[in-house]
Design a protein around this ligand. Structure first.
Ligand code: ZN
Length: 341
């Protein structure tokens, strides 16, 4: 962080300053997104729960309105004047650390949070494809690996941790831009080439929460929304699979939890990862809307101007530091975005 930045963050952290911007925030809401949480006992490195606690403490102390995701969607639908700068929290995927580490912290601050679960993951049918890639690159004893497929030849040097990390990143990125079935074939080829056997069920650091844990979390203020059955990038599936992924995850979720949230979350969540086809399916199912992983505020304008707007509600990653958090929720970021147009 440069001197200018450091000074800027000192200024906005000064009591009273952020509140000057809050009127800019009244016409919108902030939805935060989180993924994994530190769980040293299981070897998981994720978001530090102490930082989450500090953030929630700040929001409570400064009387931000912490509301459920459904409440944000209701307010958006009714014109947005009621948004009032409210803040909502979401977590993606359904890992065990989200139930065991994150849920108690949110409960401590009586803060609603919606977790989007991949139902096949909780049903014990699969583990995530990116975790398999990480597992293969961390477990292989080989110093290099070569993958030869009809459509692709790849060779990675793996003699240092840095090289392994880069190889993992490169391979994961390549898997995001191909058809879902080809992706799974490619990962099997990688496992074979690297001499790593993939267990059928996930090793403990990649394990899901159970449905029992999900139901227990519900009693402490966590709610659950659908996030497909197998977590494919929907634009990389055919129409049949795409429909099934959305429909089945909603059906399964509705059977397992008491209060399923009718708001969908797209896997990977970038604009290119879904389209009108997916929106039509959700519309037919009667879902209330959907969130993306693209950064932005929950804004009433797209709701009013675009019939698909409620299926494209944006979220910010939850910031690691307090000054960044203040910037998002206080209206400062909103003002900056307005200035940038
Ligand atoms: Zn996800």
């Amino acid at each position: 962080m440069g001197v200018g930045h450091a000074l800027y963050y000192r200024i906005i952290s000064t009591p009273g300053v952020a509140s000057l911007f809050r009127s800019a925030q009244r016409g919108c809401a902030t939805i935060f997104m989180l993924h994994r949480f530190d769980d040293p006992n299981r070897g998981v490195a994720g978001f530090d729960p102490a930082k989450l606690r500090r953030g929630l403490e700040h929001l409570r102390k400064n009387r931000y309105e912490l509301v459920s995701l459904e409440s944000i969607f209701d307010r958006l639908a009714s014109g947005g004047s009621a948004l009032g700068g409210a803040v909502a929290f979401t977590i993606d995927d359904g890992y065990m650390d989200q139930a065991e580490i994150a849920a108690p912290v949110f409960a401590e601050f009586d803060c609603p949070v919606t977790t989007f679960v991949t139902t096949g993951f909780l049903d014990g049918q699969l583990w995530f494809w990116w975790d398999k890639i990480e597992f293969i690159f961390s477990m292989t004893s080989q110093k290099s690996v070569k993958i030869s497929l009809p459509e692709l030849n790849l060779a990675y040097e793996l003699s240092s941790n840095d090289m392994r990390h880069k190889a993992q990143e490169d391979f994961t990125q390549r898997c995001k831009v191909i058809a879902d079935d080809a992706k799974h074939r490619r990962i099997s080829a990688l496992a074979e080439a690297a001499g790593v056997e993939l267990p059928r069920t996930p090793p403990q650091q990649y394990a899901p929460m159970s449905w029992d844990q999900a139901r227990a979390c519900e009693t402490h203020g966590m709610t659950f929304g659908p996030h497909t059955v197998t977590h494919p990038i929907l634009s990389q599936t055919d129409s049949h699979q795409s429909k099934l992924e959305i429909e089945e995850s909603w059906v399964r979720l509705s059977k397992e939890v008491r209060h399923p949230v009718p708001i969908f979350c797209y896997p990977n969540g970038q604009w290119k990862d879904f389209g009108q086809r997916e929106i039509d399916v959700m519309h037919e199912l009667g879902l209330q809307g959907a969130v993306v992983g693209e950064p932005g505020f929950a804004d009433p304008r797209p709701f009013a101007n675009d019939p698909a707007g409620r299926f494209k509600v944006m979220r910010f990653g939850f910031p690691e530091t307090l000054p960044h958090l203040i910037q998002y929720v206080s209206g400062i970021e909103r003002c900056k975005m307005m200035v940038r147009g």
